[in-house]
Design a binder for this molecule. Structure first.
Ligand code: NAP
Length: 453
């Protein structure tokens, strides 16, 4: 049986070693999850709500414990890790309060005496999840799934198995019945057999394009619903009439929080050429101020990246782009899993830092002269997760929003997730939505009820 070792990316030390689950153990868990579904779906919203609120309380009560595991396993600075745990409590509370309303029968007038849509759960749903927000990604799937009467089965990224087991523990401590939510300690290659299991009714994956394509094709072959939340290369589009000071601060946050390892990070800064010099100078001052260091220290903002190989990938993209003519303004060096906060300018469409996703602390600056050029540059990406527009002319930005091929347009704000708003992408950023009423309706049978007297 294979084992998976978790390693602290800051110290390189081994944290723990996990025995991967055997095929038999996985099949047993799925059997029990499926059995539990037929009880769980009968529970009332009030009962589910009580348990989901208990999960929120458990997260808050032991936030330091849960955040510590995250920081040790994937290097997220501790204050950002605690904020992530608090956000998980928020999504639990949101769905505890709103699930019933989002899933109320929808009466539709037809030829029938009475006709309506009943929103009903599907069963056990597999969630294949990434390490970058190791709790948030899971809770934003699990809270709506469980509130809707579905069952959660998690396959987490192999470097955050400690977080995965903690999540199972959180639902247990909150009082959820056994097998409402289970963690499988398995590798990516074991996912195919899980999707093929008849008792798994649907699958959601948050992660890279290749993993998404593989999971979706297996789901397709087995005629199962899938949702994909994949990569992104969001643009920060800065118009010349923006509030420069505020925009600089927002752009620094958008690119460098979570050490740049976010699908919705602003990776490409597109700026009107007439203000680019002033803006870049101010931006560099702020980037120099970012405090890098031990992720366990409360004043650390930039931690190590989650794994050394990921830092090496970023180094390659940065070096290739410099070779192709980009100008390095700050950073660019790697030491183990640590990558300096980096800013490149004179970036063009053909460079790696523009056309590929950069999953770490590196910002690529490109200038534009016209609004049309700004839209064209922003859309010139295989991804379509989100874009931020910065301007004082909010009306113009609102009109322009239609032209951006994205799942979200944020005006004078960084792209962020919020339990109340739908989240997801188009193009190679995936399909389907999480969060809000749209998210809870993904793994749902929209059943038509037609009655004649
Ligand atoms: P990843 O390598 O695709 O891994 C994500 C998950 O998929 C892990 O659990 C991984 O397991 C599993 N996996 C990998 N290959 C697989 C395969 N062929 N079949 C089945 N499962 C497979 O991605 P990552 O490096 O962890 O995460 C970074 C990526 O996620 C970035 O592209 C980022 O943009 C994207 N992301 C998107 C969103 C969004 O909401 N759109 C949010 C966060 C991250 P193992 O760890 O065992 O390999």
């Amino acid at each position: 049986m294979s084992t998976t070792v978790s390693r602290n990316p800051y110290t390189g030390d081994e944290i723990n070693s996990y025995k991967n689950y055997s095929k038999q153990k996985v099949a047993e868990i799925i059997d029990k999850a499926d059995k539990q579904f037929y009880n769980w779906r009968e529970t009332s919203f009030a009962e589910r709500k009580k348990l989901m609120l208990a999960a929120a309380s458990e997260l808050i009560k032991n936030k330091e414990e849960y955040a510590n595991t995250m920081t040790l396993e994937m290097g997220k600075p501790i204050t950002q890790a605690i904020a992530e745990i608090e956000k998980c409590a928020w999504v639990c509370e949101y769905y505890a309060q709103n699930a019933e309303k989002h899933l109320e029968n929808e009466v539709i007038k037809s030829d029938a005496y009475k006709s309506y849509v009943s929103f009903e759960p599907l069963g056990a749903v597999l969630a294949v999840m990434p390490w970058n927000y190791p709790y948030w990604q899971v809770f934003r799937f699990a809270a709506p799934a469980l509130m809707a009467g579905n069952i959660g089965v998690l396959k987490h990224a192999s470097n955050v198995f400690g977080c995965a087991l903690n999540i199972e523990k959180i639902f247990k401590r909150a009082g959820f019945p056994d097998y409402c939510f289970s963690t499988l300690l398995i590798g990516g290659k074991d996912v195919e057999a899980v999707i093929e299991n008849k008792k798994i009714k649907a699958v959601t994956l948050t992660g890279s394009g290749p993993a998404g394509a593989s999971v979706a094709s297996i789901a397709g072959k087995n005629i199962k619903k899938s949702v994909l939340e994949l990569g992104g290369s969001n643009a920060l589009v800065v118009f010349k009439d923006c509030d420069i000071e505020k925009t600089v601060d927002t752009c620094v946050q958008a690119r460098f929080q979570n050490t740049g390892q976010s699908c919705i990070a602003g990776k490409r800064l597109l700026i009107d050429a007439s203000i680019s010099e002033e803006f870049t100078e101010k931006l560099l001052v702020k980037v120099r101020e970012l405090k890098a260091g031990n992720p366990m220290d409360e004043d650390t903002f930039i931690g190590t990246m989650a794994r050394e190989d990921l830092a090496e990938d970023l180094e390659k993209q940065v070096n290739e782009s410099i070779k192709a003519g980009a100008k390095l303004l700050i950073g660019g060096k790697r030491q183990g899993a640590f990558f300096e906060p980096t800013v490149l300018t004179n970036v063009t469409k053909s460079m790696a830092v523009f056309k590929e996703e950069t999953f770490g602390p590196a910002l690529a600056i490109t200038t534009f002269k016209t609004e049309e050029e700004a839209v064209e540059l922003s859309n010139n990406s295989k991804f379509g997760l989100g874009v931020s527009l910065f301007t004082k002319d909010v009306k113009r930005a609102e009109t322009l929003a239609f032209q951006f091929e994205e799942g979200a347009v944020f005006i004078n704000e960084l792209v962020k997730s919020d339990p109340r708003l739908p989240f997801g992408g188009i193009k190679e950023s995936g399909y389907g939505r999480e969060l809000s009423k749209y998210g809870i309706r993904e793994f749902i049978n929209k059943k038509t009820i037609y009655i004649n007297k």
